[in-house]
Design a protein around this ligand. Structure first.
Ligand code: 13P
Ligand code: SF4
Length: 402
């Protein structure tokens, strides 16, 4: 057996996740120099960009984008800040953006305003002549960081030892994971999923094998399993810091769903108490949450879905309707702005953006755009060929199931 009990290691990104949290409801843009006072890892950038005012950044991004024309396509996840999202050619959830990245034959450069695993996925799905750029290379994802490859390899080996003669296991990884986990899924008959197709992918996986290893978000895995009719008794959690994930061989053999012990720091904040408070304030409110929230929160909510589902549902809702939303604040604030005749607010009274998404400050976008104008590709994200090929298999299985 390869897994053993060890000291839990908390990813730096998880420790930094509340860095930008504050009471109130606004996130005014500041110069990068001022924002750098917040104690998180920031990528170094030439000094001239640190001092640019928000207005100057805005004007220069507009000019650079225009000059670069069709050679550049900018993709933006819904959690990006307003000052960045306004320059994106396409916005979406991680599924839509991965589909988009696979269908941009004219762009030489794809600038991904999102986080590292999204840029990696774009790099796997786009054509080989295209280059994918992440404006700030420190924009990771604390959930993805909870499943490092060494731990996953050890877990997979031990699961083979325990389960190979007992109906086997198939891995499903959430998009929010490193490329080498996607490659493991591709090599071993598994698939990738996103929050918008997790039910279809897990359903497929449960038909391939007696059980599924779901990485790295235990909450999305649990919520999806419940939606498919499994009970919590059918599930065990795999703690990567313990021998056999903290389970006995019998528990692993009895499980239909083995949930990697990862979570999203942003979505873990939403609670049943917050939902009760929202309903007290507005008895006719509809509560809409992302499936990365805990099981208790998801079960208490009225609706659950991906960021694109949340966006569409609220934008298409009747005037006067009221929405309490359990997802990242930049998206909620945007929906509130776009729907002035509806009540839209975040369940969490504390403004707490995803601290890694938030690291795509407009100064970084300008830096990579002006780099391209000067013939320099800054922050290209690449995936080694062998990993890329296997990961593509797992991603294509997902695309075929969606
Ligand atoms: P979506 O795929 O719903 O956009 O979610 C991505 C994500 O990182 C949510 O935390
Ligand atoms: Fe990762 Fe959570 Fe941020 Fe999404 S919101 S990118 S899951 S840390």
């Amino acid at each position: 057996m390869r897994t053993h009990t060890k000291q839990p290691k908390i990813p730096v990104t998880e420790l930094e996740h509340s860095a930008f949290c504050k009471p109130g409801d606004e996130l005014p843009a500041k110069t990068l120099l001022e924002e750098k006072a917040v104690n998180v890892q920031w990528q170094d950038i030439p000094i001239e960009y640190l001092h640019c005012s928000v207005e100057e950044l805005d004007a220069r991004i507009g000019r650079a984008k225009q000059e670069l024309g069709d050679s550049v396509t900018i993709l933006g996840h819904h959690y990006q800040r307003e000052e960045v999202i306004k320059y994106t050619d396409f916005q979406g959830d991680s599924f839509l953006l991965s589909q988009k990245a696979a269908r941009l034959p004219n762009a030489d450069y794809i600038i991904f305003c999102g986080v590292h695993f999204m840029a990696e996925t774009a790099c796997i799905l786009c054509e080989s002549h295209q280059k994918v750029i992440l404006p700030n290379i420190t924009a990771g994802c604390s959930m993805a960081d909870m499943a490092p490859m060494d731990d996953v390899d050890d877990a997979w080996e031990d699961l083979q030892d325990v389960l190979a003669d007992h109906g086997g296991i198939v891995p499903v990884t959430y998009m929010n994971s490193i490329a080498s986990i996607k490659a493991l899924c591709g090599r071993t008959g598994g698939a990738v999923c996103t929050s918008s197709n997790a039910v279809a992918v897990m359903d497929w996986a449960l038909n391939q094998s007696r059980r599924v290893l779901f990485l790295p978000d235990q909450h999305l895995g649990r919520n999806t399993g419940l939606e498919l009719g499994l009970s919590t008794d059918d599930m065990v959690v795999w703690n990567p810091f313990k021998h056999l994930g903290g389970n006995t061989e019998e528990q692993l053999r009895g499980a239909k769903l083995i949930l990697w012990q990862g979570h999203c720091a942003v979505h873990k904040r939403f609670s049943v108490k917050q939902i009760e408070m929202a309903r007290e304030r507005y008895p006719d409110i509809t509560v809409l949450v992302h499936p990365e929230c805990t099981m208790e929160t998801v079960q208490e909510a009225d609706l659950v879905g991906s960021t694109e589902f949340i966006r569409k549902t609220i934008n298409e809702a009747p005037q006067g309707s009221k929405w309490a939303v359990g997802t990242e604040i930049s998206l909620v604030n945007r929906l509130a702005l776009e729907n002035p005749n509806k009540v839209v607010f975040c369940l969490d009274p504390v403004v707490c953006p995803c601290s890694t998404m938030y690291r795509i400050h407009p100064a970084y976008l300008l830096w990579v755009l002006e780099g391209l104008l000067n013939g320099k590709v800054i922050n290209q994200v690449t995936v080694p060929d062998d990993i890329r090929q296997d990961a593509q298999i797992a991603l294509e299985r997902m695309l075929a199931l969606s």
